[in-house]
Each structure stands twice: as C-alpha cells, then as structure tokens.
Design a protein around this ligand. Structure first.
Ligand SMILES: *Cc1c(COP(=O)(O)O)cnc(C)c1O
Length: 375
C-alpha cells in the first residue's frame, strides 16, 4: 500500500508562478548580475531588520567569512563556535587564518552551551559564532552579556533563523553581525544566497568591497583596490526569487509552526517515555521551525532507521555530524570524546520532513512510520 504514496522528502522549497515570472522578467531585462533587484532585496531586508544595513551575497558561508574579515580576525586569533552545525560555520574560521575552538552543546536546545563557551575564552579569543539551531535562538541576553564582558565580536550564524525572535525582537534586528542563508533548504531561499546584517555604514562599505574583489569606484572611471576581496555577489535572478519568497515569509513560517505543533500532538505526550527518543524543545514563541529533529535512542542504528523510513518513501536528513570529528578537524588535534553531547546528537539525530506545502496527513504518516520503527 505504501508503494502508492508519493515520496516525502525532508524538505522542499515553495515556488510560485509569480517567482518564476519575476526571474523571467529579470532575464528579459538583460541585467542578470547584481542590479536593481539586489538593491530592492537589500532595502526590504533592511526594513525587516529594523533599518540596520544589510548586504546580500551568493551564500550564507561567505557572509560569515566576510564578517570575520570586517572584524579584523585572522592569524593568532581564536574564534569559539559549536561543533553541532553545518561545517561551514567552522570552516570560515580556518579560511581567515584564525583558530577554531569548540564548546559543547546543550543537550535540549542543541545550541552552544554558553557556560562552556565562557569557559573556553582565552586572551586570544576575539569572536564567537553561535548558531540558532533549527531557528531556535540562543539565549541572547546571556550571549551578549558574555560578549560585552570579554569584548568579543559576535557573528550570529542565523542561517536557519529568519523570522525567529527573542523576547519579541526579530533575530537580526539587534546584536552584532547576523548572517542568514538563502540556500534552497532554508525557510526563504534564492536558490543559493545569503545576507549579512551589519552595524553601520562603514561596515557595509567594507562588506561591499570584500564582496567584489576589494574594488571601490569614484566617478565614471575612478577605481581602486585596497583590500583583498573575492567574488561573492548575488545575481538579480536570485534576488528576484528572494523578493517573492520574502513576501511569503510569515505565511511559510506560520505553516511550519502549525505542522510542528501537529507533530507534537500526533506523537503524544508519552512518546519520549515509551520510545527513549527525544523530541525538540517545544518552543512556539521564538522558533521559526526550520527543522523538526528527533534524537534516536542509543540502541537504534541511524542508518537502519533511515532505510526503514525510506522503504515507506519517507526521506530523512541528519543535521549534523559533529564538526570536530571530520578528518580536517582531527588533523588539527580534535578527537572523539572532547564534546560528548555533540557527538551523541551527531550520531543519533534525524530530521523529519517539515516544509510549508506539507499537510497534516503527511505529518501523521511520518509519525506512524517512526512509531512503527521505535515502539
Ligand atoms: C545553510 C547553513 C550554512 C551555510 O549556508 P550556505 O548558504 O549554504 O553557504 C551555515 N550554517 C548553518 C547553520 C546552515 O544551516
């Protein structure tokens, strides 16, 4: 019977005809690279983030690298981050020549444990990159109290947190740098892309230079290059998709939230006790519900579990394997046992399907398949 059901992926972007038409219009205009659509998207994003300067880029990875460069972080500096993230979060620290330092995560929120972060600070620590995992924000009061006390720059990896809030304030509308990704799996997307929320006009000017070969221009033919920049600009086609997506941000996040609520209702209050699995923190105040995670009990092999779900046409993700256990990081001295919570979560976590065009019936189908594997 399950063979008659359509494959249910763990995520899927919502693309409407208006977005498709907007991309076609850009192509017909002949202006494909960064132009009026990029400017319009940056203006709309700045409005969203309370008027702070915003610049767009071609990924949510280079956004963080550029924030580190703007903050003047490089060789000899330490940057503290979480081992539980997409590897980009730590790679950018190495990319600018600084030293990545990890602090283990909180077993419930899966965000960096801020007490452990504080304990990892040394005189060489210059910045921290916390991640708002699945859109569930870190404790922003605690985070910024630490940053203030030790004079640290903060680059929030808010790749997953567009539309998330902290005590009623939008993530990105306050604090230091906030970096968002518009990669296709995120709550709003541009195919590939990202944006960085900055503190002032001077930082925004630097961001523009790092985004495009370090170039600054004056008049019709004046040009200079005084910093080493790269090629990180967003296309107008991508920005046109982003403008269409941004219009639907509240709707998309509202749908995700309702589906997440339906997951909890369908799993039922006794699911964790009966199965030994862990559900996410049921935060319906702050989170944008970027993903819905289940941490499997120790005795369940994740690969086998994913295969059983695949047999009934349900695709799962796993976000994330602990970064410090990748070869590149082991070669830098990191070892098994250093961050046991991130290691356990990294081995046992699965991401269940959650995206705006899913139905309650899809959620029920997933829950019943999970229960038939675990109960
Ligand atoms: C998606 C993601 C990134 C990377 O964003 P890209 O746009 O793919 O470069 C970084 N950190 C986290 C937590 C992410 O989810």
């Amino acid at each position: 019977m399950s063979n008659e059901l359509a494959f249910l992926p763990f995520t899927k972007p919502t693309i409407d005809e208006d977005m498709i038409a907007a991309v076609a219009d850009v192509m017909r205009s002949g202006w494909l690279t960064s132009g009026p659509k990029v400017q319009e998207l940056e203006a709309k994003l700045s409005e969203l983030f309370g008027g702070r300067p915003v610049r767009t880029f071609n990924s949510g990875t280079c956004t963080m690298e550029i924030a580190l460069r703007i903050a003047g972080i490089g060789p000899g500096d330490e940057v503290i981050t979480t081992p539980n993230s997409w590897v980009a979060t730590a790679n950018v620290i190495i990319e600018v020549g600084a030293t990545p330092v990890f602090a283990d995560i909180d077993p419930k929120t899966h965000n960096i444990d801020l007490n452990k972060l504080e304990a990892a600070i040394t005189p060489r620590t210059k910045a921290v990159i916390p991640v708002h995992m699945c859109g569930l924000p870190c404790d922003m009061d605690h985070l910024y109290a630490i940053a203030e006390r030790y004079k640290l720059r903060v680059i929030e990896d808010a790749a997953q947190a567009i539309g998330s809030t902290w005590k009623g304030k939008r993530i990105g509308s306050f604090g230091d740098f906030a970096s968002f990704s518009f990669q296709v799996n995120k709550n709003i997307m541009t195919g590939e892309g990202g944006c960085l929320v900055l503190n002032n006009a001077e930082e925004a000017r630097l961001a523009e230079k790092y985004r495009l070969q370090g170039v600054s221009r004056q008049g019709l033919d004046g040009i200079d290059v005084d910093v080493l920049g790269g090629k990180y600009n967003m296309t107008d086609m991508a920005a046109a998709i982003g403008l269409g997506q941004l219009k639907r941000l509240e709707e998309f996040n509202g749908k995700r939230k309702a589906l997440a609520q339906h997951y909890f209702d369908t799993f039922g209050a006794d699911f964790e006790a009966l199965s030994g699995a862990e559900l996410p923190v049921a935060d319906f105040e702050n989170s944008n519900w970027h993903m819905f995670h289940v941490v499997l009990p120790e005795n369940v092999n994740r690969g086998d579990f994913m295969q059983k779900m695949l047999d009934v046409k349900i695709g799962l993700g796993y976000h994330y394997r602990a970064i410090h256990l990748f070869t590149l990081y082991r070669e830098r001295g990191f070892k098994e046992g250093m961050f046991p919570i991130a290691e356990r979560v990294g081995k046992q976590i699965v991401t269940l399907p959650l995206f705006p065009s899913m139905t309650n019936a899809d959620v029920e189908r997933v829950v019943s398949a999970v229960k038939s594997c675990l109960l």
